[in-house]
Structure formats: C-alpha cells, structure tokens
Design a protein around this ligand. Structure first.
Ligand code: LLP
Length: 468
C-alpha cells in the first residue's frame, strides 16, 4: 500500500485507490465521473492545526480566515463556521453563498480590487466584519455608502509590501507592480491611511497584505512582516494611529507532486508570530491581533478528482494520449499555470489488475476541443485501458471554484466524505442547467411543438426526468 497526502492510499498490485478509506471505484460508480471528492476530516484537521498553531505560539487572539476563493460552496462555508474560522469573500456571489450557508456575517472579510457599489451596499447591510479597502476609488465609494449608516464601518487597508514571493507570476501579488492594494514604497499607502483617518464613518482597524499563493519559501513572509511594521512605525509618527489588526493573507503551498515539500502550517504560523513580535518590539509598537487567510492549504490536499478513461491514442515512439471525461473545464490550472498534478490509476471493472500491466509513459488529457487541454503532460501509469479510473490528487483548491462551462460541459458533482459516508454537496449539473437563463431567438415552442424529428429532439431537452 502506498500512502499519499490527503488520506489517499494506493494499492499498486490491485490498482485500487482508497480515499479516506473508501474505495474510489465505489464512489465513481455511485456518483459518476468526473467527480470531486473532498475529505471532511482532512479539511477540519487543517482548520484546527491553524488555530492550534496560533494558540501554541501564544497568539490566542489570532484569527484564521478561510479564503473562500479556493472553494466556496454552502457546505464548505458551514464547515468553516463550525470550525470557528472567518471567511474571506471576494464577490457578491461568494458573499451570497456565505450568507445562504448561515455564515456569521461578523466573521466575514470582504476583499476585491473593484467591489461594486451594489456589492458594498449588500456587504454593509449584511453586517460583514471587515471590508478590506483596496484603492482610492473604493475608499470614496465606501465612504459615500457609510455616510448614511449608524455605526462606523470597520475597514482594513490592503497595502503592498513590495516583496517578491517565489511562485508563478500570475499568482504573485506582493510586488510593487500589481493591480491590488496601496503601494507602500511609492507613498500611496500612507496617503490612504491619512484619507481613511479623515473619514469618521470609516473605522480603520488595521492593515492587510497578501504576497502570493503556493509559496514554499517563508523568507518573503518575514520580509513582509518587517516591511509592514516599518510602515506602521512611519504611520504612527505621521498620524499617531496604530493598528489593532494585521492580516497577513494566505499563500502557504501544498503538495501537488511527491517532490513538493511545502513548510507545514505550524512552521508558517510560528514564523509569522515570532517575526511580528520581534518587529513590534523593535519599533515599540503595540502587538496587533494577527489574522491569516489560508485557502489552498486548507482544502487543496483534501480534494481528489476522479475521472474515467475513455479514448486512448497511442503514437508509437511519440506519445500516448489518455483522454479522461473531464479536463480544463473543471481544472484549468495546468493550462493556465502549467500546474503539475499526481495521477493514480485504478483498473476498471473486469479488466486486467494494474499490478499485471506494464508501466507506460502517458499524457493524461481532457476532452475540451483544445490541444492545450492536458491535465498531466507526462506520467507513468500501469498501461491504461478504457474504463479505468484516474484519480488526480490535490484538487480541492482552485479547481471546482475555477471551473467553466467551456464547450458546454456540465460541471461535476462534489461529494464530501465523512468517514465512510459520502454526501453530495454540489449536484452534478444537467444539460438543462447549461441553458438556464438563455433566451431563444424564436420561441422554442415553434420547434418543439412540431410533430417532426427536430420537434421530438427539442422536447427531449425540456427540463424533466429525461434530462439526466
Ligand atoms: N487572501 C487573499 C487576499 C488572496 O488574494 C488569496 C488568494 C488568499 C488569501 C488565499 O491564498 P491561498 O492560501 O489559497 O494561497 N487560482 C490560483 C490561485 C489564486 C490565488 C488568489 N488569491 C491557483 O490556482 O493557483
């Protein structure tokens, strides 16, 4: 038995995959593929580890805020609420999902570089805990909305520390040239603090920064804390204001392939707490309450996507393409970032056990009409055959949440495993869902009412039991 992260086990002889002790083949049979499987215990464990790590480091008042962009569903929001986490939302849609889940609004932090007036109004009406002001336009937009309200609106200001985190440049956000936040080095951040302080309807609670995602090197975090505290010292000198809170964002990396060695949660937390204490002491500043916003490191490794192998194209001496029943539609990360994944293969029902097959170097590809739809460009699997099951590990974060309807493929179901019990938390979309909200150019009745073959076909796509 080979053990992987995220409670995934692989038996190479039988070629069977177990997710949290449950046979992947049974899940695939019960719920169909592609299927996103989340391990509830793994997610809860990571929530607890973050909270306990802060407590162990003596930062008892710290807040752990789950970054919903990694995976935001009603059930996931409820789980985060139960674990005592806050929730970072970045859109009216994520806010809506959180509120629909009954998530306590005062634990919601609202982010985004271009929140609309409507979104801000809804956030204020809901009573979200913090609004993270990203730029001057938003600052003014929010001030206008706050004017008519009783209590001042608690805000954080997003500042840019000018730190390069070593990660894909699309997901780097801490360096100066970024669309997010107020630049410290260029003086925007100081101007923003001054402007907020002049608005009595806004209550400046503290600062926020986020330097990037899938980060393995903790040095950029140290540097960030140092820069932010140096800035806080400058702000105190100029304005007398000191921060009650400091939100250091998310970004901790996870394992996608066995060679990946991300730092663990406890190490990150210790570094943040130590560095913040040292910096506060150095500048004679009060220690602000620390906040973090992990997304990927909470749900990433807890998710696996199951696929069924369909067509296989063997080009002798060139490459073998193994096509699965999903692709860039439910996981655009390989196409977008060149992201790497680990694939495991379980033999399909009645076929040769994986242990008796020869290893073959293959490319696992999707079925979108695009050559770039490659999930794993090169991996060794027991000679794949039609009907086999392929599991892609570490797909809990930024896969389902980034899924699209490209080529009009319905999005997969998401199930949550609680021990050996599986629960559907997002239903598989049906074809009908794909045209919901679409308006025909001509009344459909004109086609569907005809006693012709075209009419019969059109009627087949009416919502109903046949629409599976
Ligand atoms: N806080 C802020 C303000 C963020 O922008 C993000 C991620 C997080 C927290 C959570 O970061 P995490 O702990 O998950 O690394 N789609 C990309 C990742 C984009 C990250 C965006 N912001 C990917 O698939 O790699």
């Amino acid at each position: 038995m080979q053990r992987y992260w995220g409670a995934v086990e692989y038996d190479p002889a039988a070629g069977s995959i177990r997710l949290g002790g449950v046979d992947a083949a049974v899940l695939a049979r019960s719920y169909g593929t592609p299927l996103v499987v989340l391990n509830e215990a793994e997610i809860r464990d990571r929530c607890r580890r973050y909270r306990q790590a802060f407590a162990a480091a003596g930062a008892h008042d710290a807040r752990v805020i789950y970054a919903g962009k990694a995976l935001c569903t009603v059930a996931v929001c409820q789980l985060m609420a139960e674990e005592g986490l806050g929730l970072d939302v970045v859109s009216g849609g994520e806010l809506y999902t959180a509120l629909a889940a009954g998530f306590p609004p005062e634990r919601i932090v609202f982010h985004g570089n271009n929140k609309t007036e409507d979104e801000l109004r809804r956030a204020l009406e809901a009573g979200v805990g913090r609004i993270v002001v990203d730029n001057f336009n938003e600052l003014d937009r929010l001030s206008r909305l706050a004017a008519g309200r009783g209590e001042p609106v608690p805000v954080l200001l997003r500042v840019v520390p000018g730190v390069e985190a070593h990660t894909h440049h699309y997901i780097q956000t801490g360096k100066q040239d970024t669309k997010f936040g107020f630049d410290i080095a260029g003086g925007q951040a100081l101007a923003a603090v001054e402007r907020v302080l002049a608005r009595p309807r806004l209550n400046l609670m503290g600062l926020h920064c986020h330097i990037g995602s899938q980060i393995f090197d903790l040095e950029p975090y140290r540097l960030t804390v140092q820069r932010v505290f140096a800035f806080l010292a400058e702000v105190r000198e100029r304005t007398g204001w000191t921060a009650e809170e400091l939100d250091l964002g998310g970004g901790l990396g996870v394992r996608y392939v066995p060679e990946d060695r991300p730092p663990d949660i406890e190490t990150l937390v210790q570094v943040l707490v130590d560095e913040a204490r040292a910096a506060a002491a150095r500048h004679g500043l009060p220690q602000p309450r620390l906040m973090v916003e992990p997304g990927r490191s909470i749900v990433g490794e807890a998710g696996v996507t199951l696929y069924t192998v369909g067509s296989i194209k063997r080009l002798e001496g060139v490459r073998t393409y193994v096509a699965v029943d999903g692709g860039m539609m439910e996981n655009p990360r390989p196409a977008l970032y060149g992201a790497r994944y680990t694939a495991l293969l379980a033999a399909g029902p009645g076929s040769v056990p994986a242990g008796q097959r020869r290893p073959e170097t293959v490319a696992v590809v999707g079925r979108a009409c695009e050559s770039g739809d490659v999930l794993v460009p090169e991996t060794v699997l027991p000679e794949p055959a039609e009907g086999d099951l392929i599991a892609l590990l570490t797909t809990g974060a930024y896969t389902y949440s980034m899924a699209s309807h490209y080529n009009k493929f319905p999005r997969p179901a998401v199930v949550m495993l609680d021990g050996s019990r599986a629960r559907v938390i997002v239903e598989r979309e049906r074809y009908h869902d794909l045209i919901r909200g679409e308006r025909p150019l001509r009344p459909r009745a004109r086609v569907a009412d005809r006693p012709t073959r075209a009419g019969r076909l059109a009627r087949r796509f009416e919502p109903g039991p046949q629409d599976a």
